[in-house]
Write a new protein. Structure first.
Length: 162
């Protein structure tokens, strides 16, 4: 199992955005992957306001990060994986439906109460990770090149295009 495998299986991540004013914003989130696209949804959990800052931030600046980590008091078991990318907001359509289906497959709570809100699609452009030697097979840090209008990415290794 790689760090990325462990990260994708984790139940929670931290989602980071930056507003038009340059202020960072960080919230925990549920998420699911389809290749190099991560999805999260504005769900039915109580919110302070229906006007979510993360959505306003994405509209102002689509550069985002999704951080998945594992902590234990035994620091030889620590690890993290960060997925940097560009976010898109989906309110309907086939990709929205597919994202909801992936999230429902991962989370029992979403199977019980199917979310219907805005989906945040993160087109991952870079993956970074860390773990002490020997804990898990490393996730190869890599940068992805964006191609096409949909923002989907193609893998770049340390030395360029593959």
């Amino acid at each position: 199992m790689t760090l990325r495998d462990r990260a994708e299986a984790s139940p929670v991540a931290r989602f980071a955005t930056v507003g038009g004013d340059g202020q960072p914003h960080l919230v925990p989130c549920c998420f699911a992957f389809d290749g190099d696209v991560a999805y999260s949804v504005v769900d039915h959990k109580p919110k302070r306001s229906p006007a979510l800052r993360r959505l306003d931030n994405i509209r102002a600046n689509p550069a985002v990060s999704l951080l998945v980590d594992h902590y234990e008091d035994d620091w030889s078991c620590l690890w993290w994986v960060r997925f940097d990318g560009r976010a898109r907001l989906l309110t309907d359509g086939p990709e929205h439906a597919s994202a909801i289906a992936r999230l429902c497959a991962k989370y029992e709570q979403y199977r019980a109460t199917r979310p219907s809100g805005t989906v945040i699609a993160i087109d991952v452009t870079e993956v970074r990770s860390w773990a002490p030697p020997g804990i898990l097979r490393p996730t190869e840090d890599r940068r992805l090149d964006s191609h096409g209008e949909d923002g989907r990415a193609e893998e770049q290794g340390p030395g360029g295009a593959h």
